[in-house]
Design a binder for this molecule. Structure first.
Ligand SMILES: Cc1cc2nc3c(=O)[nH]c(=O)nc-3n(C[C@H](O)[C@H](O)[C@H](O)COP(=O)(O)OP(=O)(O)OC[C@H]3O[C@@H](n4cnc5c(N)ncnc54)[C@H](O)[C@@H]3O)c2cc1C
Length: 444
């Protein structure tokens, strides 16, 4: 979930090329793909957007590959629940951020129903819901590449925003999956200078998950191995050897890692030989905080479409916008320390109650009386994700470029955190990295 109000958009497209809307790879092969005699086997670790798209492209090139996925399903940080409301809900990514991307093309060519999300924003400010506030927090906290490398919070304070604005600043940082005290006002802007997928956020009538599942995963499902966490990669020999948690081994000529940056930071995968220290340092300079989505179903719609500024949850969003259904579902989009706090409460019931208490305060007790049920999707406690998405931490510098560099022409790094075009923390950004690393493998 990202706001695009303050970013200078460039009209460059990915790698300076507009991708074909038809088969996602099709007629631009001559320009998109290098001449290559590569005929080895590629192993992709992770069946999220980046890994799935990489597999899709490899299949289209007739290259032998397998995708090895730790969890019991495909999609990674995309997920769908069909039995909560009278419309499907996306458990992870749900907005298509602009249509000028491979996924924008795919949504067009497949006739996928998407709607512009123009929903209105209100603020919880000084203990009341209001549609306007005296300070334009958004423009004050706007990222600016000319500013020093300080956090959103520090900058907001320097600009005279008092404590009463704390959770409005938090909501803006939370859009980037971050705490306001961690995300850099400078680097966030520097990294996003390349953002070119468009300003408009779209919602799927069905689900974002389906777009990938039906059009990409479906094509390659025979090459995906589930329930297989990779724990060790040995790349000293001619081939790369992979071991999983159960003691099985796999062999490939090239390996593409698409796991979340948290998995690399926590060294959940051992490398033999160890990765260069500069690379490990780079992983650790990239931010990825806690994140969860809590869906609250109510018998009446007492709330506004977007509510910013809660102390328990800084961003509530009306789920029904863009959907073909009528159930009243309010999404609590909880990021950073707020997600850590809710996780620490220990149960879905406690999380739900904390949110209902806050909504009762905002809307005169109407939440609890009309509450039906909830679904908590906590991405932080998912052992193969461990958070929301990457952000530009204070001090990040060029860490993403170093993190994304291949090692020994054998290990290739993709996934949203490795996006260098400002599209990190998005699905289309993850897809772009899968595509980029296929090209790098073909060139290697
Ligand atoms: C709550 C939330 C809301 C979001 N909202 C949006 C949105 O509205 N729009 C948008 O564009 N983006 C959004 N995003 C971000 C988007 O979901 C991600 O950027 C994108 O899906 C990441 O894809 P990926 O392939 O890089 O990684 P992932 O989807 O994380 O895929 C990595 C895969 O690696 C697997 N894995 C991990 N460890 C191992 C291992 N040891 N062995 C094998 N497999 C392993 C994981 O299980 C996972 O399936 C959101 C994310 C979250 C969490």
């Amino acid at each position: 979930m990202k706001r695009r109000t303050f970013i200078e958009k460039s009209i460059l497209t990915y790698l300076g090329l507009v991708l074909s809307p038809t088969l996602l790879v099709s007629c631009r092969k001559e320009t998109l793909f290098p001449d290559s005699n590569f005929s080895g086997k590629v192993i992709i670790i992770g069946a999220g957007a980046a890994g799935l798209y990489a597999g899709y492209i490899l299949k289209s090139r007739g290259i032998d590959f397998k995708i090895i996925e730790a969890s019991n399903r495909t999609g990674g940080r995309l997920g769908k629940k069909s039995d909560f409301a009278d419309y499907p809900i996306d458990l992870g990514a749900q907005w298509l951020h602009g249509r000028n991307s491979i996924l924008g093309d795919l949504s067009k060519s497949t006739g996928t129903k998407i709607t512009k999300d123009n929903s209105d924003l209100v603020y919880w400010f000084n203990n009341q819901i209001t549609s306007s506030i005296s300070e334009d927090v958004d423009s004050i906290v706007s990222s600016n590449s000319n500013l020093p490398d300080i956090s959103f919070l520090e900058y907001a304070q320097q600009q005279g925003l008092g404590n009463e604005y704390k959770y409005l600043v938090e909501q803006i940082a939370g859009d980037s999956g971050a705490d306001s005290s961690d995300i850099s006002i400078k680097w966030n802007a520097v990294e996003e200078e390349g953002w070119n997928s468009g300003d408009t956020d779209f919602k799927f009538e069905e689900s974002f998950f389906d777009l990938i599942d039906k059009n990409i995963t479906e094509e390659i499902k025979g090459s995906i191995i589930l329930n297989t966490p990779i724990t060790k990669i040995t790349y000293s020999g001619e081939n790369v050897l992979l071991n999983d948690k159960f003691g099985n081994s796999y062999q490939g000529d090239k390996v593409m890692l698409t796991v979340p940056i948290t998995i690399l930071q926590d060294e959940d995968i051992e490398f033999e030989p160890a990765l260069p220290q500069s690379k490990i340092d780079a992983f650790n300079k990239i931010g990825m905080g806690a994140g969860m989505k809590v869906f609250l179903k109510f018998s009446s719609k007492f709330y506004d479409e977007n509510i910013a500024g809660g102390e328990i949850c800084a961003a509530y969003v009306d789920e029904v916008v863009g959907k073909n259904g009528s159930d009243n579902v309010l999404l609590a989009f909880v990021m950073g320390q707020q997600a850590e706090h809710l996780t620490s409460l220990g149960s879905d019931l406690a999380i739900t109650n904390a949110l209902l208490t806050e909504l009762d305060a905002m809307y005169s007790g109407q939440a609890t009386v009309s509450f039906i049920n909830s679904h908590v999707e906590n991405w932080t406690t998912n052992p193969y994700i461990k958070g929301a998405y990457s952000y530009s931490k204070v001090g990040i510098g060029n860490a993403r470029s170093i993190a994304a560099k291949s090692v020994n022409n054998k290990l290739f790094f993709a996934g949203e955190a490795m996006n260098l075009n400002g599209h990190h923390q998005t699905v289309h950004g993850a897809i772009e990295t899968g595509y980029r690393e296929v090209i790098n493998i073909l060139k290697s």
